[in-house]
Design a protein around this ligand. Structure first.
Ligand code: 13P
Ligand code: SF4
Length: 301
């Protein structure tokens, strides 16, 4: 039996669904039941009626799944799959920041720990951050965390005054104006699609053709008739884009934009997760209750 066959059999035996983020290894994406961005996968996890949810992604995504659907067993196949951006703020730091701004409305990007989400009024992802911030009552002071580049983009697009936490994604922060200039020179005329976590957003994002979440990029790939497109995000996304549109050439803005956390999980890990029911993600019920409010508002936005 091949590994893929073993996984399919175990999935049935365990009554499991396999969710994979767009940055996962191609072979993991190919065997998943659903592949998508953070918002899409949160919804899929919330709606799942399977006994087990195997999350091929990173820890904050598996935690989100557990919070939104607490009766299911949620498995993260490798506990090293963290997120450099989520590590940029702790709940203690957020409590101290809130104390400096009493009454402020707290918008937390989904790339945060459950404890940080529990301190937030609402969560958002890259695909609904603009909408979430636009829905905050006018005039209310806003704290946005932890990605300063996404925050800066949202601030400029919505015109809302926001305080930004100084955090960034170690992968996207390296995609800077110089990276864009170099890629444009090497690929003249190719439009650029960029993730809003990209570094130096105030200089990079106004220069690109579209600012999109990873699923936004996948939809763009299905529709574009361009000969070549430059993609400014983690390179794992190219797998789906190329498969969906084999006639357009999709090139990475920077081929070294690889998220080590997103590459931790391989097929053996998925197989072992299903065979041994490892590694179970649990969230303290009190923390989960508070974080659920912020996540449900995000899903409803
Ligand atoms: P998306 O929500 O766009 O999939 O982004 C998740 C992420 O981790 C980006 O680095
Ligand atoms: Fe976190 Fe950045 Fe990796 Fe996304 S690409 S999971 S934000 S470290």
């Amino acid at each position: 039996m091949t590994l893929a066959e073993e996984i399919r059999t175990l999935k049935e035996e365990r009554d499991a669904v396999l969710l994979a983020h767009n940055y996962q290894r191609p072979e993991v994406q190919d065997i998943a039941d659903f592949v998508g961005d953070s918002l899409y996968l949160s919804r899929k996890a919330m709606e799942s009626d399977r006994s087990v949810i195997v999350f091929a992604g990173v820890r904050f995504m598996a935690e989100t799944a557990k919070i939104l659907n607490p009766r299911r067993t949620v498995l993260l196949p490798d506990l090293k799959a963290g997120c450099g951006l989520a590590d940029a703020i702790t709940a203690e730091q957020l409590r101290a920041w809130k104390a400096e701004h009493p009454g402020a409305f707290v918008v937390a990007y989904i790339n945060t720990s459950a404890e940080v989400k529990a301190e937030a009024d609402v969560c958002c992802t890259s695909s609904n951050a603009l909408k979430v911030v636009q829905q905050v009552e006018p005039g209310r002071e806003i704290l946005f965390l932890p990605d300063m580049f996404l925050g800066d983009y949202v601030r400029r697009k919505t015109g809302r005054a926001m305080h930004l936490w100084v955090g960034d994604c170690p992968v996207h922060a390296k995609l800077r104006p110089e990276t864009l200039a170099r890629a444009r020179a090497e690929h003249p005329g190719a439009p650029v699609v960029a993730h809003p976590e990209c570094g130096c957003a105030s200089q990079v994002l106004p220069e690109v053709d579209r600012v999109l979440s990873t699923d936004g990029m996948v939809r763009f790939a299905e529709e574009t008739r361009d000969r070549e497109v430059l993609v400014a995000t983690e390179v794992g996304i190219l797998h789906r884009m190329r498969r969906l549109n084999p006639t357009t050439r999709f090139s990475a803005l920077d081929a070294e934009a690889v998220c080590p956390y997103m590459k931790e999980i391989d097929l053996e890990d998925v197989r072992d997760a299903l065979a041994r029911l490892q590694y179970r993600i649990e969230v303290d019920p009190e923390v989960a209750g508070k974080a659920r409010r912020a996540l449900e508002r995000m899903v409803a936005a």
